[in-house]
Design a protein around this ligand. Structure first.
Ligand code: C2E
Ligand code: CA
Ligand code: CA
Length: 577
């Protein structure tokens, strides 16, 4: 039967071989060898299925002890238990056998029941040990498995209450990509290489474990200081492994202070720290602390309720007016999102947009903003207000959406609007990240009739010589840039230069974050086309914005009150903050 366990009998005496074979063959499959050398070649051929070796000592060609010492040095075969058959009950033979690494001995003449019992119990013992080992070590990498790592850490901490330890966990940010691109075997190979790397770094000074997938953990004595350089170097070494050139490793550190916290929780915290910096370029490691803890808890709370919040209409669109400098009149607006949470109150975008950009929810939210904005425009048109355009923000995740143009087109068509009523604000940093892709997408959007504004221009990402390659209609100057430029003497800033560059490229210019009269005057003087900022109006709910529109409308139809921004400013309802 194929499922029978195999026993190798090594014995030069044919009669003895037969006797042993007779005793064992009822329960086992028996393989025979006449001396040590022959036995070695049997092991080479089928050593992986041999459950036990019965070994004679005195044999020609290669004796039992020589065979035994070779086998015990071999990493693969050393775990096969060996029972030595001794000539007599002599104690010195038995001691010699055991000291060479035999598991047990049986004396000649053979007593069948004793042999069968010893063989069975030793095979059993070995199988149990193998099972324990399997639980102890991760099969892929040979490092400690998760559970056993926890156990070892616990023991180490208990053994050395005087030492200070850290747990360092790592997570490979784009490991899935390695599997997808190079295949699972390559992914496994990489994990083994990473494991070797960890083991070699830690040596016997720490404990290494491999958790699920691409997560590793180390317990080490605390270093005085962790620096970016240390982890950059470690990442560079991982990158030098085969198929790992673009692998990004994020490291999280948990400094063990309170030893009553379960080890698995310590590891969770280190991993949380590592995952918290996913997607953050140039960030290699993070240390878990209470601030991180509350941030992560908050992010978790946001993630849990964001979808229902969208369904329940908790996201509200505020509009911030834009004015034409020359005509001093309302000329447009920007849609800015607010989250009116039933418990947390009104949340500004800074508190949730970065998270949504990370977890991808931003695309859904943006589409909602585009849809609501078009609904406003339709409604205002039907009320006969001036047909101003409104700009919406297009985040970088939207740009990578192959369906972006269709989605936008469907939205304006749904409300029977020409695409030119929607201005698309795309942040300057998105332009620099992937110029090729963005040029294609934006060129297409412009061909469809959308107006493109480069948002946050001057915040320091793009070079001026990139500008003329970019398909654009409007430059929107960044608030910080405006505020620092308008603080300088006229002839020391570069505002005037940017204006003439924009003129030369046929672009209109919007200045954002205009807060004072002086800033407005400076912008007027250099010929800026549009302004937006608290000086004129904060972002406001739609009904308040509608009041502004009514005024503009009245002025247009000959009403007495002109809708210039000096008037509007005094009637401003401040945004609740
Ligand atoms: P942004 O697109 O640069 O929007 C301008 C921000 O500056 C707005 O902040 C606005 O309230 C603020 N602001 C305008 N004038 C002034 C001023 O005179 N002084 C000061 N100190 N601030 C001024 P907000 O509404 O908090 O939005 C922050 C950012 O969140 C936006 O920056 C934009 O990047 C993002 N955001 C807002 N709504 C959306 C949205 O619907 N989709 C996407 N993708 N991003 C959005
Ligand atoms: Ca914007
Ligand atoms: Ca901006």
């Amino acid at each position: 039967m194929i499922s029978q366990k195999q026993i190798l009998i090594v014995e030069d005496n044919e009669i003895n071989r037969m006797l042993l074979g007779e005793i064992l063959s009822a329960d086992y499959q028996v393989v025979e060898a006449e001396n040590g050398l022959e036995a070695l070649s049997v092991l080479k051929e089928r050593g992986d299925v041999i459950s036990l070796i019965l070994l004679d000592i005195t044999m020609p060609v290669m004796d039992g002890y020589t065979f035994l010492s070779i086998v015990k040095k071999d990493p693969v075969f050393s775990s096969i238990p060996v029972i030595v058959t001794t000539q007599s009950d002599s104690e010195s033979d038995e001691v010699a056998a055991l000291s060479h690494g035999a598991s047990d001995f049986v004396a000649k003449p053979y007593k069948p029941q004793i042999i069968l019992h010893r063989v069975a119990s030793i095979i059993n013992l070995r199988e149990n040990a193998a099972m324990v080992n399997q639980l102890k070590y991760d099969r892929l990498t040979g490092l400690y498995s998760k559970e056993f790592f926890f156990q070892k850490v616990k023991e180490e901490l208990a053994r050395h209450p005087e030492r200070e330890y850290d747990i360092i966990c790592s997570d490979i940010e784009n490991f899935k990509l390695v599997n997808d691109v190079f295949g699972l075997p390559a992914g496994d190979r990489l994990l083994r290489e990473v494991a070797d790397f960890y083991q070699s770094q830690v040596g016997d000074k720490g404990i290494c474990g491999h958790f699920n997938g691409d997560q590793f953990a180390i317990l080490m004595e605390r270093r005085c200081k962790y620096t970016d350089e240390m982890f950059m170097e470690a990442t560079a070494r991982v990158n030098a492994l085969p198929n790992a050139k673009n692998v990004l490793v994020k490291w999280g550190i948990y400094s063990i202070e309170d030893r009553t916290i379960p080890v698995d929780q310590m590891c969770d915290r280190a991993l949380l720290a590592a995952c918290g910096i996913k997607g953050q370029y140039g960030k290699y490691f993070a240390i878990y602390d209470d601030r991180l803890r509350s941030r992560l808890l908050r992010e978790q709370a946001i993630t849990e309720c964001m979808e229902s919040a969208l369904r329940e209409g908790q996201f509200e669109i505020y509009l911030q007016p834009k004015y034409s400098v020359k005509e001093e009149r309302l000329s447009g607006a920007e849609s800015l999102i607010r989250w009116n949470h039933p418990e947390w109150g009104l949340q500004s975008p800074g508190q949730f947009i970065p998270l949504f950009e990370q977890n991808g929810f931003i695309t859904q939210l943006d589409q909602y903003v585009w849809d609501r904005t078009c609904a406003f425009l339709r409604d205002w048109d039907s009320k006969g207000y001036p047909q101003i355009p409104v700009s919406v923000n297009v985040s970088r995740a939207d740009i990578y959406n192959a369906d972006l143009a269709n989605i936008l087109l469907r939205t304006v068509h749904k409300y029977n609007l020409p695409p030119s009523r929607l201005h698309l604000e795309i942040t300057e940093s998105a332009y620099t990240e992937n110029p090729g892709q963005i040029i294609d997408t934006v060129t297409h959007l412009r061909e469809l009739g959308f107006i493109i504004e480069m948002d946050d221009f001057g915040s320091g990402y793009s070079s001026l010589n990139m500008l003329n390659q970019m398909p654009l209609d409007i430059l929107k100057l960044d608030m910080k840039f405006i505020q620092s430029e308008t603080a300088k003497p006229v002839n020391q800033g570069i505002l005037r230069f940017i204006m003439s560059l924009a003129r030369w490229m046929n672009l209109s210019v919007v200045a954002e974050g205009v807060e004072t009269d002086e800033q407005l005057e400076r912008l007027r003087e250099i010929g800026c086309d549009y302004v937006q900022g608290y000086f004129f109006g904060k972002p406001m709910p739609e009904d308040v914005f509608e009041e502004l529109m009514k005024k503009t409308d009245r002025e247009k139809t000959g009403g007495r009150e002109p809708a210039n921004y000096n008037n509007i400013k005094e009637k401003q309802t401040n945004e609740t903050e």
